[in-house]
Ligand binder design. Structure first.
Ligand code: ATP
Ligand code: MG
Length: 1110
């Protein structure tokens, strides 16, 4: 079968530079230009793809194109990045070889775009399925996220990668993607704080401010206006062709697809906002007593908002901007920061925060995309690292130095694997070979990375050295140590050749990189390499309640203070680049060499000098020469024989001899021309790709034949097995069927016999039935006739009997009517005279009966104070009703009284008497009703104090109380004991108990009291009696009502006369010796106190003022 060679046919220029004739630099560039002008941006050098940046979208990345290149040989179609991706993917899948795709070129040459094309191609051609599609989608969507945070607009590229990225995509044995791992290399973090003229900060800042909703911005305390933020350069805030707002939506969507939780996205945006806020914090000096300036935050608003965002205590951060704690061997010294140092600390914090956030993002994405299965993976690595960078207008600094070092290493690996390795292999394998000269940049790599005297080692040494370290001391060191190096140039080096080179300033050194000379300014090298973040800062960040923030600054944990210096930035980078190189060397490399056609980022412009420069430093001419001189394909004899043994009868299916002999037999058998191959020591070398394709095509055809053979045998076997199975089944089926048919026939005969039998039996039975029915009908006829006859007889008799009965009844009715008539006539007169009266009496009796029975249920309670009584039912019962109420009341009072003891009765009698005397006459009375009459208030019998007194009175004491004896002279009262017995009352001294006066009750004529609520009373004695010698008594008592009642009751009984006179008035006369004094009661105001007060007005008047009752 003829191989299709569209790579060679109908080509614009030459698709593979190996076929270029004549080969020189001009024809090389011319070929590139010609192809570029015809939109052919890809050209091969053997298996290496040269990619020219078209700076416009071309219709060559469509799904149709993917299908076109899918499973096609590399040289089969016109050059395309898809062909390289397909080749890499198929050799990974079919030959189990790990692959790496190395994309190199300077900034803006199209590396990132190329890497995305490779990834999207692989995603399109590999397996499908829900799980696989999810993995693919996550791998692809990691790009927008990382680009938003790690790319920025530079003067060379509007979407320049400011970090290096290497992504391992892992596949299973079927070639389905399982997941991936991303490694990132040194983010250019200085960009966070400062951007060169014409460049921007990282995209995410602009995307957030343009694309976030008003709500989100308010939550993040941000303003949409870029000019409000010191960290955002304004001169190129908007970039043509970049829609930041739309990109923001894409990034959020991508984050969601990759598997970020909503709160994680929010945390990330909060940190981005915090960086912006941090940039706005400014400082002012504040003089201190020691003469030094100390920095203070100028306007605390941004600081406050930032602290609120991150949950940091404002004072902690504020302190970290003013002081710095240095710890050394258990000692802590706190020094103040001046304004410059505060700005330095702020920027260091912003840079560290952002770069750590970026690394966290990479780790988080890795968590999402990592392969779940633990099985062995095949790996395809895609390397897209920042391109070689030289700035003519501005200074190249530490970042460019690092970036260019990385590119040197990549060039080195290219040289190693394509130029040197290839040439060395020919020699090793004993193939005839004329050496081809090329520039090996190992010497430049050594200048930078040598552990003893490399530039990075010098820088580290300088950073770690005690004493004053500045960028100048570092340059001095370089000047002494690297002076002799042929790729190092410095004005002050010992190498006098540069002394007069004015293009080389004093504070700079120059390195001749493989891609050209680069002038580096040493300013900032030491700082950037040290990458110092004050510990106070990281401790302040660790104190944040924002969990992501805390996670980013683990060294701020006071429990884990580490006094060891962290490794320098240069050291870390060198180590990670070393790791990357070792990783790449284990894989099969595929190269994409990106070339930038012009410096204007414009389509259709091809600048010869620029392209020529890149072609030179990329070593593409050497690459072509080596390719042309050598062989396109090589393989060990064993694997070659294994692959193609089916092409020759002798080697198929097994070759028993040595592998090399087998290959020889095979190639001879296939009539491959002798100049097309060479035998090495362990490998066969094939010169022309076409020869290889011919072999591949024949192999494919052979495989098809083999497949047909296998199919044929398999089908035969399958049909035979099936036939035998069918035959066996048929025997079983027919046996079963015959049995079934016989069974059916027997059943049929059996059922027919039964039918015939049943018909005959039926016919006989019907005959007998008919006979029996006839006999039965005859019997029934006789019975019916007899019944009718008896019926007729019976009805006739019944009718007769009914007629007799009717007549008897008629006679009885007529007789009764006649009797009734007689009786009514007899009694009419008698009824008129008596019946009305009887009915009346009867009715009255019924009513009375009902009334009395009704009372039984409606009777009121037994309480004597219950006034209720059922309503009167009839007017004529009014008298009875009220009489009954009265009787009932007396009866229940009697019942109530019957419950009383004798003592209680006496008490109630006293109370009743008190009521008769005082009710409605004295204002004091109502308050006494509820007080029980106790009588002996002094407990005279029990109290030993009154023993003497007790013996002085003979009779039983009825009342014993303390009273006040009112002195006539001043109206004041003196306490006296007042005892009342059956025959007399006694006044005694309260303290001694000595009897002052004992008055027989018959001498008491009357008692005077006021109408008011006071306790005053006068005891008036019989004139001329012995007791009345000193006159009457004017006393007051708290138990006046009880005292007077008892006195009245006992006095009346003792004197056996009419009642003692009780005089109730507000003015009465009292005899004192011979004088008569008038006691007058007046109403006092309540404020005078609650007690009545007695005052002497004159010789003849005592005035008692009684407080009016409230
Ligand atoms: N194949 C392509 N088709 C269309 N435009 C392209 C293509 N490749 C690159 N470009 C354009 O060139 C610009 C720069 O490309 P890219 O970002 O890939 O450069 P780079 O080599 O990654 O640069 P850096 O090293 O700065 O990251 C892209 O933004 C795009 O506009
Ligand atoms: Mg890039």
């Amino acid at each position: 079968m003829e191989v299709k060679t569209s790579l060679l046919d109908n080509m614009i220029g030459v698709g593979d530079m190996v076929l270029l004739e004549p080969l020189n630099e001009n024809s090389f560039i011319e070929n590139l230009r010609k192809r570029f002008d015809h939109n052919e941006i890809y050209t091969y050098i053997g298996s290496v793809v040269i990619s020219m940046n078209p700076y416009r979208s071309l219709p060559i990345f469509t799904p149709e194109k993917v299908e076109e290149y899918r499973n096609r040989n590399f040289y089969e179609l016109s050059p395309h990045i898809y062909a390289l991706a397909d080749e890499a993917y198929r050799s990974l899948r079919d030959q189990d070889k790990d692959q790496c795709i190395l994309i190199t070129g300077e900034s803006g040459a199209g590396k990132t775009e190329a890497s995305k094309l490779v990834m999207s191609y692989v995603a399109a051609v590999c397996g499908k399925g829900q799980e696989v599609n999810k993995v693919k989608e996550q791998l692809l969507q990691s790009n927008p996220v990382l680009e938003a945070f790690g790319n920025a607009k530079t003067v060379r590229n509007d979407n320049s990668s400011r970090f290096g990225k290497y992504m391992d995509i892992e596949f299973d044995f079927k070639g389905d993607p399982l997941g991936g791992v991303i490694s990132n290399y040194l983010l250019e973090k200085s960009r966070v704080c400062k951007q060169p003229r014409g460049e921007r900060n990282f995209h995410i800042f602009y995307q957030l401010l343009s694309g976030a909703s008003d709500d989100t911005l308010a939550k993040l305390k941000l303003n949409r206006d870029f000019s409000k933020y010191n960290y955002l350069s304004l001169d190129s805030a908007t970039v043509n062709g970049l829609d930041d707002a739309a990109s923001f939506r894409t990034v959020r969507n991508a984050m969601q697809i990759v598997g970020f939780m909503e709160d994680e996205v929010e945390s990330v945006l909060e940190l981005v906002a915090a960086v912006l806020k941090l940039g706005n914090i400014e400082f002012k000096p504040e003089s201190r007593v020691n003469g030094f300036d100390e920095s203070r935050v100028k306007d605390k608003n941004d600081l406050k908002e930032m602290c609120e965002l991150l949950g940091i205590e404002q004072s902690v951060l504020e302190r970290a901007f003013s002081y710095r704690t240095v710890e050394a061997k258990m000692e802590k010294v706190s020094t103040t920061l001046n304004v410059a140092q505060a700005y330095y600390a702020r920027d260091a914090l912003a840079k560290n925060l952002y770069s750590r956030l970026f690394s966290w993002l990479v780790t988080r994405i890795n968590e999402s995309i990592k392969a779940q299965a633990k099985t062995r993976h095949k790996v395809m690595g895609v390397l897209d690292i920042y391109g070689f960078e030289i700035f003519e207008v501005r200074d190249n600094s530490f970042e460019q130095f690092i970036i260019n070092y990385c590119n040197e290493k990549l060039q080195q690996i290219f040289i190693e694997l394509t130029l040197r390795e290839e040439q060395e292999e020919y020699i090793r394998e004993g193939i005839e070979w004329t050496n081809i000269e090329y520039f090996n940049n190992a010497i430049i790599c050594d200048l930078i990375e040598n552990n003893q005297n490399g530039i990075l080692a010098m820088l580290d040494e300088e950073c770690l050295r005690p004493g004053t370290v500045t960028d100048e001391t570092f340059l001095d060191k370089l000047n002494t140590i690297c002076a002799e190096h042929q790729h190092f140039e410095s004005r002050l080096s010992k190498n006098s050749k540069f002394l007069t080179d004015h293009s080389l300033p004093h504070s700079c050194f120059r390195i001749q990189h493989y891609a050209g000379k680069v002038l580096y300014r040493v300013e900032g090298f030491v700082d950037k390499n040290n990458d110092l973040l004050y510990r106070d800062m990281s401790q302040a960040m660790y104190k944040a309640t924002h969990s992501l923030m805390k996670q980013l600054f683990p060294e701020g944990n006071p429990a884990k203070v580490n006094l060891k210096r962290p490794p320098t930035a240069g050291f870390q980078f060198k180590a990670s680049v070393g790791g990357l190189m070792r990783n790449l060397q284990t894989k099969n490399p595929n190269y994409i060499r990106c070339i930038k056609p012009n410096d204007k980022k414009a389509a259709h412009i091809f600048t010869d000098s620029l392209v020529c420069h890149q072609v030179r430093y990329l070593g593409l001419m050497e690459n072509v020469r080596v390719r042309r001189a050598g062989y396109a394909f090589r393989q060990s004899y064993e694997s070659s024989l294994e692959r193609y043994k089916m092409l020759c009868k002798q080697t198929w299916p097994h070759w028993r001899g040595a592998a090399r002999d087998g290959v020889e037999v095979l190639l001879t058998d296939c009539s491959v021309p002798a100049e097309e191959f060479a035998y090495g020591r362990s490998k066969i070398f094939i010169r022309n790709p076409r020869t290889l394709f011919t072999l591949e095509e024949r192999r494919r055809a052979c495989l098809e034949n083999l497949a047909t053979l296998i199919q044929k045998i398999y089908r035969g076997w399958k049909c035979r097995t099936q036939f035998l199975l069918l035959k066996k089944s048929q025997v079983v089926v027919s046996a079963w069927y015959r049995r079934y048919a016989q069974q059916k026939k027997y059943q049929k005969i059996k059922s027919s016999t039964l039918v015939v039998q049943s018909f005959i039996r039926g016919w006989k039975a019907r005959k007998i039935l008919r006979q029996l029915k006839y006999e039965k009908r005859c019997k029934e006829a006789v019975t019916t006739i007899a019944a009718y006859w008896h019926g007729t007889q019976a009805r006739r008799e019944l009718r007769r009997l009914k007629e007799v009965a009717r007549r008897k009844h008629a006679v009885a009715v007529i007789w009764a009517y006649w009797q009734g008539l007689q009786v009514r006539r007899e009694y009419r007169k008698f009824f008129r005279a008596n019946a009305g009266r009887k009915i009346y009496n009867f009715t009255i009796q019924r009513i009375m009966h009902k009334y009395f029975l009704g009372l039984k249920t409606t009777m009121p309670s037994m309480s004597p104070i219950d006034n209720t009584w059922p309503a009167r039912p009839f007017n004529f019962l009014a008298g009875t009703h009220s009489e009954l109420k009265r009787i009932f009341h007396f009866w229940r009072c009697k019942k109530y009284q019957g419950q009383f003891t004798e003592e209680k009765k006496a008490v109630y009698e006293e109370k009743l008497e008190a009521s008769e005397i005082f009710k409605d006459k004295k204002a004091l009375y109502p308050s006494s009703v509820s007080q029980p009459f106790k009588g002996d208030y002094l407990e005279i019998q029990k109290n030993p104090k009154y023993q003497k007194l007790n013996s002085a009175v003979e009779d039983k004491v009825l009342l014993a109380d303390v009273v006040n004896k009112i002195n006539r002279a001043n109206g004041k009262g003196a306490p006296r004991l007042f005892l009342l017995t059956k025959n007399n009352f006694v006044l005694a001294d309260q303290k001694t108990g000595q009897v002052k006066a004992s008055v027989p009750l018959p001498d008491l004529t009357s008692v005077s009291v006021s109408t008011q609520s006071d306790g005053f009373f006068a005891l008036k004695l019989k004139e001329g009696s012995a007791s009345a010698a000193k006159g009457d008594f004017l006393l007051s008592s708290e138990h006046l009502i009880e005292l007077i009642t008892k006195l009245h009751r006992t006095g009346t009984a003792a004197a056996q006369r009419d009642q003692i006179n009780i005089d109730i008035s507000d003015e009465f006369l009292v005899h004192f010796n011979q004088d008569k004094v008038c006691v007058k009661f007046i109403q006092g105001s309540p404020k005078n106190g609650t007690n009545a007060a007695c005052k002497r007005r004159n010789n003849r008047l005592l005035e008692v003022s009684v407080p009016s009752s409230p």
